[in-house]
Design a protein around this ligand. Structure first.
Ligand code: FES
Length: 77
């Protein structure tokens, strides 16, 4: 079933990107462009992303910033 009609992206494709580590609609968009035209599919993409395991989101939920590229800052967080 199609999630994004503008780019012909299916639920299975989105799930595949999630399995590859995508945690946000923006990361899905980077992988396959879904959500970057009319935007009407973003809520469905968010629903597919759900609240599953996402290391960066877990850090944000706990009040910590997402990982930075600076190991010193990461250690201090
Ligand atoms: S349906 Fe996905 S951007 Fe339009």
């Amino acid at each position: 079933m199609y999630v994004c009609h503008c780019f012909g992206v299916t639920e299975d494709q989105v799930r595949g990107h999630v399995a590859d580590g995508a945690c946000t609609p923006r990361q899905i968009a980077s992988a396959c462009k879904a959500g970057t035209d009319c935007g009407s599919c973003v809520r469905r993409i968010q629903a597919l992303l759900g609240r599953g395991a996402c290391p960066r989101r877990e850090l944000i939920d706990r009040g910590r910033p997402a990982l930075t590229s600076d190991p010193v800052l990461d250690e201090a967080a």
